[in-house]
Design a protein around this ligand. Structure first.
Ligand SMILES: [Zn+2]
Length: 404
């Protein structure tokens, strides 16, 4: 896989370096091996390319996309949980690798996986990083912490009491986790576990998870549907709130607390809404009111300046890995944010929220994670689907869209 470093010159009608408001008309990006070496007006960058440089041309070039919440061990079909539980490690590893590659061929150059079995995703991450396998940059949590029989217990992260909490965090760190995931509230897909609105851990237990993660220098992502779980996780000092759906005690309706939203914004805690690519279909399943509430709470948090990071909960039924552009369309079409803001959300914004240095921007010294598309996504967001080239740390991948 790993060959001689290749120089690539990508010229385009416009270069979007990542942050909203930045746009270089008639621009170019120069890549040397795994790194970007120059970005700017074409007339300045083109002369820096050597005669051997591989040349690409596109309408728009932007950083590769970042999906901050997936589960690569699941196959996104109905019955995925039964298939996962019946699969041996070899089968799971192949599935993880294949789905990571699917995501890459749809323009996603970084994926954060928030729950697997025995750190299998971390082994695929290492194989990709070693150049043994094509794929996006992976970050993974390994088995999430959950009480015995709690939400997603089958990943193997069941803990009861402080000693087991410490031991599980230590074990995940040993597996090579990039982040510690804790199921602060119940969830939808585990029969006989706590309902989604209910806390699974007490405040001291969550604080212990965070302290122990810090011992290893790791951030903490908390799955939190209920307002009570959001409050407890925030107090504990977690780095991101996954789902963050503000469910009221008892599960009836939303409990939107201004004081908490203000505090989430003040602390810079990232919120990952985790909404699937087929959000319109999902809205039909959750019903009119559920869909309206989801939009309302994102807009409401936004008023306080909460930092968002995009994710899809990929792997759950219908949450496919190869349509992240569709998932981003939610923020433009349903929430009403500008395409420029959503491009930032999925590139430089996500990289900063996840603490990824040297990723998520088109700038010299940054990783050569690049997406080239036909058309102008700032004018027509659907252009993000018309993908022509993906570079993952400088390695060229032909997107599925370019073949269709
Ligand atoms: Zn999830």
């Amino acid at each position: 896989m790993r060959g001689r470093p290749v120089q690539r010159l990508i010229t385009a009608d416009q270069v979007l370096p990542g942050p909203a408001g930045q746009r270089i008309p008639d621009g170019a990006v120069l890549v040397d091996g795994a790194e970007i070496t120059a970005v700017g007006p074409r007339t300045e960058v083109e002369p820096q390319a050597g005669p051997e440089a591989v040349r690409h041309r596109a309408a728009t070039v932007l950083p590769g996309l970042i999906n901050a919440h997936v589960h690569l061990v699941w196959d996104a079909g109905f019955g995925m949980l039964e298939r996962f539980r019946a699969a041996d490690d070899a089968q799971v590893l192949l599935g993880v690798a294949g789905r990571a590659q699917q995501a890459l061929r749809a323009g996603v150059t970084t994926l954060r996986d928030l729950g697997d079995r025995d750190g299998l995703v971390l082994r695929v991450r290492d194989a990709i990083a070693a150049g043994e396998l094509a794929g996006p940059r992976l970050l993974g949590s390994g088995p999430p912490l959950t009480p015995p029989g709690g939400h997603c217990w089958f990943f193997g992260g069941e803990v009861s009491g402080p000693d087991e909490i410490r031991a599980r965090v230590d074990r995940n760190a040993e597996l090579g986790a990039d982040v510690i995931k804790v199921m602060a509230s119940g969830g939808q897909m585990t029969p006989d576990s706590a309902p989604t609105w209910q806390n699974q851990f007490g405040p001291e237990e969550l604080a212990l998870v965070v302290r122990q993660a810090r011992e290893h220098g790791l951030p903490v992502a908390a799955h939190a549907h209920g307002t009570a779980a959001i409050e407890a996780a925030l107090e504990a000092g977690v780095d991101s709130l996954e789902h963050c759906s503000w469910q009221a005690e008892g599960g009836e309706g939303q409990d939107l607390r201004d004081d908490l939203a203000r505090e989430i914004a003040r602390r810079g805690t990232a919120v990952c809404h985790a909404y699937p690519p087929d959000w319109a279909g999902f809205a039909r399943i959750t019903g009119q009111e559920g869909a309206r509430h989801a939009v309302e709470r994102v807009r409401w948090m936004d008023e306080f300046g909460v930092r968002f990071v995009p994710g899809t909960d990929g792997g759950l039924p219908t949450s496919v890995f190869d349509d992240f552009a569709g998932a981003l369309g939610y923020y433009v079409e349903a929430i009403g944010w500008s395409p420029a803001r959503v491009v930032e959300l999925a590139t430089s914004g996500a990289a900063e929220a996840l603490g990824l240095a040297g990723v998520g921007r088109l700038a010299p010294g940054f990783a050569a994670d690049v997406l080239a598309v036909d058309g102008d996504p700032l004018a027509d967001f659907a252009a993000l689907h018309r993908q022509r080239l993906v570079l993952a740390r400088g390695t060229a991948v032909t997107p599925d869209a370019a073949l269709g």
